[in-house]
Structure formats: structure tokens, C-alpha cells
Design a protein around this ligand. Structure first.
Ligand code: PHE
Length: 334
């Protein structure tokens, strides 16, 4: 009897490896564990044995039955999970988190497109520049009080610094291209100052430079008009005001009509109807000379626009710190 049970177990173990699908599995169950299966037919012979032998054989019988049942269950689980993975199309998939392009990067792409349609070359420069590039070449000598306009992150005992403005690349690209030329430099700048709703230590600027036979303030005004109307997708009025920068003469502060109230006065523009949007001016002859440009022949204008500021106006974003807050509720809206 024990030998017969061993043979059945061995046969079950062998056929276990040949079970390929649920149908094979069911045949396996019927053959070994079914009501008329091999085990059941053996158990019917128990009554022929004396009681003591019956007890011993009974235990062994139960052991074999359990072994075969375990084989059955483990194959069943394997086949079902395999079926789920490969065949159950209705089985819900795992959610995959997708990243997306940050709002600032998206807007940079749009801005580059508008300026490149206006004939500007697109540049990015470097974030680490020399003192000479950021200040001296721009008519801001050492110890000049106007250096205080830019709170600077110095590196290596004042040799290098994190650019405080994209103007740091004006001379570099004028030397590279030679006039007549138009280019923008768009990228991160750094200022060592306290942060609040409208100020961050790190932000972006769009620097525009045009040098040519007729690069003048009326062309600058048209460039602003076309750029802002394209960017905000509405009619915009441009206003120039007097200002001061060491590297432009005359220097201007540029206002646009308020994007919300269109000049009537609201809380965004503090009832003035206008928003400060850029610094600009005719490039100072000193700067043109640093770029080896003949100042009797060529004129140039330059401007600097704060990128976060115009994105905040376009999307009605109340606090500049949200851009780098890593708050997905903010980022995922765009
Ligand atoms: N670089 C100036 C700033 O950061 C802006 C500016 C650029 C002004 C070009 C005039 C011309 O404030």
C-alpha cells in the first residue's frame, strides 16, 4: 500500500511539471485528487486492513494527499497570476507618475520664438561670470556707488560672481557677432537680497541688444510693442520714463498698460493703470567701445526684462517664491 502511495506521489510530481494551463491543472486534479481519482480508489481498499495498519497507512495517505494538494495549489496560483499579467486586459494598471516641463521653461520657449521671429539671435551665456563682464565693461568701475544697485554673490575673493544681470554678456556677444546684430540673452541671474512676494535671490532675465546703423528708441518701442502684444495676446501700450543705468544713456524705465484694467487703474497696478516691466536705454558709447564698435557709425539699444514678473502677470501668480517652491499643486496647474 505504501509503495502504491509513493508511486502516486512520484507520478503527481512528474506530471506537475507538465501542467501548462488551467485545463491541464483540472485534469491533474481529477486524476489524483478527484472523487474517482487514484487516491480515492486506494482509500476504498483501507477497510481490508487490520485497524492498526489502517491507522499507520491512513497517516501516510493523508501526507501524500496533502503533498499532491500543495502541488495543485501552488500551480494554480502560478497560472492565475501569470494569466493576470499577460491576459487580463481589464486588470487595472499601476499609476505611473509623469513629469512635465516647468512653467518657466515653457514660457522661455515661447519668448525665444517671438524674439527669433523679430530677427534676434538667441543666447544663454553662463551663470558664472567675471567682475569685468558683470561690471567693468559696463561702465561700472570698482568702488563706483552704482555697484550697490546689484547685491552680488561673489566667488573666489571677488574674481568671479554669479551674474547679477544678463547685461554681463552684452560686450561678449557684440564682439562675437559684429554689427549690425540683434540678440537676446535669456537665463538665470542672482542677487543677494531678502526674499518676499516679488523678490527672489534667483530669477531670470531677458536681455535684448540691437546694434546697427539705425537702432534707435523708436525701433525699441516697436520691439516692445510686438513682443508684449504677442506674449500677453492683447493690445498693450508702451510708455518710456526717465531712469538711470551706468551702461545706457539715456536710460529708461519701461511701463506697459496694465494687463488687467488696460490703464483704468486696479489693485494690480496700484490704481496707476501702468506696470513697470523693464529697464532699457541707448547703449553707452563706453560699452560700445569695449566691444570695438565704431561709435561714429553705429547706435545700439539694450533692454532687460524680468521673466518671472511677466509670467506672474500673464497667469495671475501672486508670489514669485511659488516658482521654486516644489509645490506640485502649483506646478501641475500649468
Ligand atoms: N541690467 C539691468 C538690470 O538688471 C536692466 C537693463 C538692461 C537696463 C539693459 C538697461 C539696459 O537692472
Amino acid at each position: 500500500m505504501k509503495e502504491q502511495l509513493d508511486n502516486i506521489l512520484k507520478e503527481a510530481q512528474d506530471s506537475y511539471y507538465h501542467i501548462k494551463n488551467l485545463k491541464d491543472l483540472e485534469n491533474f486534479r481529477i486524476k489524483f485528487l478527484g472523487r474517482n481519482g487514484l487516491l480515492a480508489s486506494l482509500s476504498s481498499k483501507f477497510k481490508d486492513f487490520p485497524l492498526e495498519v489502517r491507522k499507520e497507512i491512513g497517516q501516510y495517505f493523508n501526507f501524500v494527499k496533502e503533498e499532491i494538494n500543495n502541488l495543485y495549489l501552488s500551480k494554480k496560483e502560478f497560472l492565475i497570476t501569470q494569466k493576470k499579467i499577460f491576459f487580463d486586459l481589464s486588470h487595472p494598471g499601476e499609476k505611473i507618475e509623469k513629469g512635465r516641463i516647468h512653467l518657466i521653461s515653457k514660457e522661455i520657449l515661447k519668448i525665444k520664438k517671438i524674439f527669433s521671429n523679430l530677427g534676434f539671435n538667441i543666447e544663454e551665456g553662463r551663470e558664472l561670470v567675471s567682475e569685468k563682464e558683470n561690471f567693468d565693461l559696463l561702465n561700472i568701475p570698482p568702488n563706483h556707488p552704482s555697484r550697490d544697485l546689484w547685491d552680488t554673490f561673489w566667488i573666489n575673493k571677488k574674481e568671479y560672481l554669479l551674474r547679477t544681470h544678463t547685461s554681463a554678456h552684452q560686450v561678449e556677444y557684440l564682439l562675437k557677432y559684429k554689427p549690425p546684430v540683434k540678440f537676446i540673452v535669456i537665463g538665470k541671474v542672482y542677487r543677494h537680497e531678502a526674499t518676499d512676494q516679488r523678490h527672489e535671490m534667483q530669477f531670470h532675465q531677458i536681455e535684448g541688444v540691437s546694434v546697427g546703423l539705425q537702432s534707435n528708441l523708436s525701433e525699441l518701442k516697436s520691439v516692445f510693442q510686438i513682443f508684449f502684444e504677442n506674449y500677453f495676446n492683447k493690445k498693450i501700450e508702451i510708455v518710456f520714463r526717465n531712469s538711470y543705468f551706468p551702461f545706457t544713456e539715456p536710460s529708461l524705465e519701461v511701463d506697459i498698460s496694465c494687463v488687467i484694467c488696460k490703464g483704468k487703474g486696479c489693485s494690480l497696478c496700484k490704481k496707476s493703470g501702468y506696470l513697470e516691466i523693464a529697464g532699457a536705454g541707448m547703449i553707452h558709447p563706453y560699452v560700445l567701445q569695449q566691444a570695438k564698435i565704431n561709435i561714429n557709425k553705429y547706435y545700439g539699444y539694450a533692454f532687460g526684462i524680468g521673466l518671472e514678473r511677466i509670467i506672474m502677470l500673464k497667469f495671475n501668480i501672486p508670489d514669485v517664491r511659488l516658482f521654486h517652491s516644489m509645490d506640485l499643486r502649483f506646478i501641475n496647474q500649468f
